[in-house]
Design a protein around this ligand. Structure first.
Ligand SMILES: *[C@@H]1O[C@H](CO)[C@@H](O)[C@H](O)[C@H]1NC(C)=O
Ligand SMILES: *[C@@H]1O[C@H](CO)[C@@H](O)[C@H](O)[C@H]1NC(C)=O
Ligand SMILES: *[C@@H]1O[C@H](CO)[C@@H](O)[C@H](O)[C@H]1NC(C)=O
Ligand SMILES: *[C@@H]1O[C@H](CO)[C@@H](O)[C@H](O)[C@H]1NC(C)=O
Ligand SMILES: *[C@@H]1O[C@H](CO)[C@@H](O)[C@H](O)[C@H]1NC(C)=O
Length: 619
């Protein structure tokens, strides 16, 4: 009862006033995985999650409140002073559980005395006032500041904070740590494919056909959330693409972005944004991660900017403020370190303070003197893929800052076997395709002497049955619902090649209520993410235009729960399957009739609606 009351007071307070701060899950517990949770914007909860379970013991620490200048109050003293629960709850920024203890104490005189901290110094909070906001008085203020900083100067913000890593899976992913979104994304980011183990369980998952929608990644959501104008699948595959993931880096906090998984074959920027080409920054300023994650640890290879890789891997941009980067220069660099440092100076045209004109021929001499070999490995650990290393030379690539070669060294999984390749050096190519490299160098069943293990890759699915299919290449097993869904999964695009109606009827059967068929002549099982994405997937362009009427789906926003434009699309998708036996002209006239009448109904219900949307009336 009390707990309920507190929770409602708590939510009410949060909703009303911004500067308040509430911490829960603060109880002392042994062997705990997460604690001290902050709720932000009513739906997001952030907790402390130590690397390993720890024992939290704070209740006996009566000196604890003094951290950050907090003040300790005994329950008995608070009662004497008649300080209201609401003051404590909303203004003292301590622990919700302790406030509950005090409330219990007030009601029941047999409860033993306890204490509470009052955190009143700027931005301090916590059960023992042990935390402090870096700026501002509330989480909202801090987040807003961060957002403003980010918008003002995206690269500068990289300087603050660390690269976000997924710590739950320990593996060798090279120098760039794993983002949680990379686990089970169909690509091996760790040596031996540790991040892709047992993922076929999700891939082959089937949802309740009657009541659920199957997201592209295998998750199930209730059918009523399909095409309702809000993202419910983590990969956003339950809605038309009304939001670009690039917006994620300019949002302060959002569940949509925090939880966003990337679609097949895209690369995660770590903040919800996904990009098609992980190395795009080698060529362009745009199409890159706004967070800069794609550039971490190889900042100097940027096509246009002269960036410097700091020790945390992030990029320092000396253009801003005209100051060069200043790294605490270690007096005793090893040869390898000195060599790397000079290479960075050379590539970045002296972006660091102690680089001395290493942008000309003099530098080549210096490099020659210091570096142990003519091929300079940078960074030292693998980058782009866990088995891939970049190799540079004394002289810079004239056209750009790219490496001359890549070194392949490592083990990955091909089907059921592990294949190791050692010290294979190949020229770097600008359109470096890591999946292709994996196929060509690891998973092709060719016998080469450089192979340490002459195992023929075994290419069967683990749990193959009629709901699975497989690519010819290393990608071992996939759900048949990926056939003709508009996203390629197999390297040779085999999953997207033309299929007969019969084949599609079979592979799409379990999900077809939610997938789009271009036409009888061009049977597809198109994901709703492909409808209105401004890229034509159907020969008749029915995925982008409302039949031939010219109205573009991309401008008909189904992006709001309260908006019944979405039901148009649900009907449209449904309709695409209905006329299986009709020929082309029959279908388009049949569908016209259906939609004309649907449109009229809609118009009658919503005379105020956007006139453009209703152009369908004028067919
Ligand atoms: C305590 O405060 C409440 C509300 O502020 C008031 O109604 C009550 O009379 C006070 N009690 C004492 C003992 O001062
Ligand atoms: C630098 O290296 C030399 C020799 O290896 C050593 O004597 C000296 O203490 C080192 N200095 C620092 C600051 O590490
Ligand atoms: C290649 O990998 C093997 C085994 O992981 C390692 O022992 C070896 O040093 C690596 N070679 C290079 C050049 O890094
Ligand atoms: C196929 O395998 C999956 C995963 O084991 C299972 O859930 C599904 O029921 C199987 N389908 C059929 C038709 O047996
Ligand atoms: C479609 O079917 C109708 C009625 O069966 C027929 O009149 C028409 O010629 C057919 N059109 C084509 C293109 O086959």
């Amino acid at each position: 009862m009390i707990v309920e009351l507190l929770v409602s007071v708590f939510l009410f307070g949060l909703w009303r006033v911004n500067s308040e701060l509430y911490l829960h899950n603060t109880n002392d517990v042994f062997d705990i995985e997460s604690y001290d949770c902050l709720r932000v914007q009513s739906s997001l909860v952030y907790c402390l999650r130590p690397r390993e379970p720890i024992d939290v013991t704070r209740d006996s620490d009566t000196n604890g409140c003094e951290q950050n200048g907090g003040r300790l109050h005994r329950f008995s003293e608070l009662r004497t002073k008649n300080i209201s629960l609401s003051t404590i709850l909303h203004h003292w920024r301590s622990s919700l559980e302790r406030v509950e203890d005090y409330s219990r104490y007030l009601r029941d005189s047999s409860q033993s005395d306890g204490f509470l901290c009052e955190c009143f110094h700027q931005g301090s909070f916590g059960k023992n006032c042990e935390y402090r906001l870096p700026i501002g008085e509330s989480v909202e203020e801090t987040l807003e500041w961060q957002l403003i900083m980010r918008m003002k100067n995206p690269r500068k913000v990289q300087i603050h904070g660390d690269v976000i890593c997924s710590e739950t899976l320990q593996c060798d992913s090279g120098v760039l740590c794993l983002d949680w979104r990379e686990i089970c994304d169909g690509f091996q980011h760790c040596l031996e494919g540790k991040d892709e183990e047992n993922c076929d369980l999700l891939e082959m998952n089937q949802c309740d056909e009657e009541e659920e929608y199957r997201c592209m990644n295998g998750m199930c959501i209730l059918d009523q959330f399909f095409l309702d104008g809000e993202f419910d699948c983590l990969d956003w595959s339950d809605e038309m693409p009304f939001k670009s993931s690039g917006k994620c880096s300019l949002e302060s906090v959002s569940e949509e972005c925090d939880d966003h998984l990337c679609p097949p074959n895209e690369w995660s920027c770590g903040d919800g944004q996904c990009i098609r080409d992980r190395l795009a920054f080698h060529d362009y300023e745009f199409l890159t991660c706004q967070s800069g994650r794609d550039q971490y640890f190889i900042c100097e290879t940027h096509a246009e900017k002269k960036l410097w890789t700091m020790s945390n891997g992030r990029c320092y941009d000396p253009d801003e403020g005209n100051e060069r980067c200043e790294e605490s220069s270690a007096a005793n660099h090893s040869e390898v370190e000195q060599c790397e440092y000079l290479l960075k100076c050379s590539l970045s045209e002296d972006a660091e303070k102690d680089c001395h004109r290493c942008d000309g021929p003099g530098c080549v001499e210096k490099l020659r003197k210091v570096c142990p070999s003519t091929l300079i490995r940078y960074p030292q650990r693998a980058i782009v893929a866990p088995f891939l290393f970049f190799l540079f030379k004394y002289t810079k690539n004239r056209r750009n800052n790219l490496p001359y070669f890549v070194l392949i060294n490592g083990t990955i999984r091909c089907g059921d076997s592990f294949i190791t390749v050692i010290d294979e050096i190949i020229p770097f190519e600008a359109d470096l395709n890591v999946r292709r490299l994996m196929e060509d160098y690891f998973c092709q069943p060719v016998e080469t002497s450089s192979w340490s293990e002459l195992v023929q890759p075994h290419r069967e699915c683990h749990r193959a049955n009629e709901s699975t299919d497989r690519c010819e290449e290393w990608n071992p097993c996939m759900s048949i619902t990926r056939i003709r869904d508009g996203w390629w999964n197999c390297l040779n695009l085999e999953d997207e090649r033309e299929r007969t109606s019969m084949e599609i009827e079979k592979s799409c059967a379990g999900v077809r209520r939610d997938r789009f068929r271009c036409s009888v002549e061009e049977p597809t099982c198109l994901s709703v993410m492909k409808i209105g994405d401004k890229k034509t997937d159907c020969l008749n362009r029915f995925d982008e235009l409302w039949f031939e009427n010219g109205r573009e789906f991309s401008s008909m926003n189904c992006n709001d729960r309260t908006n019944d434009k979405c039901s148009f699309f649900r009907q449209y998708i449904d309709e695409s399957w209905r006329s299986a036996s009709m020929n082309k002209s029959e279908i388009s006239s049949g569908q016209r009739i259906t939609f004309r009448s649907y449109c009229d109904t809609f118009w009658d219900l919503h005379p105020e609606e956007d006139e453009n949307l209703l152009k369908c009336r004028h067919w």
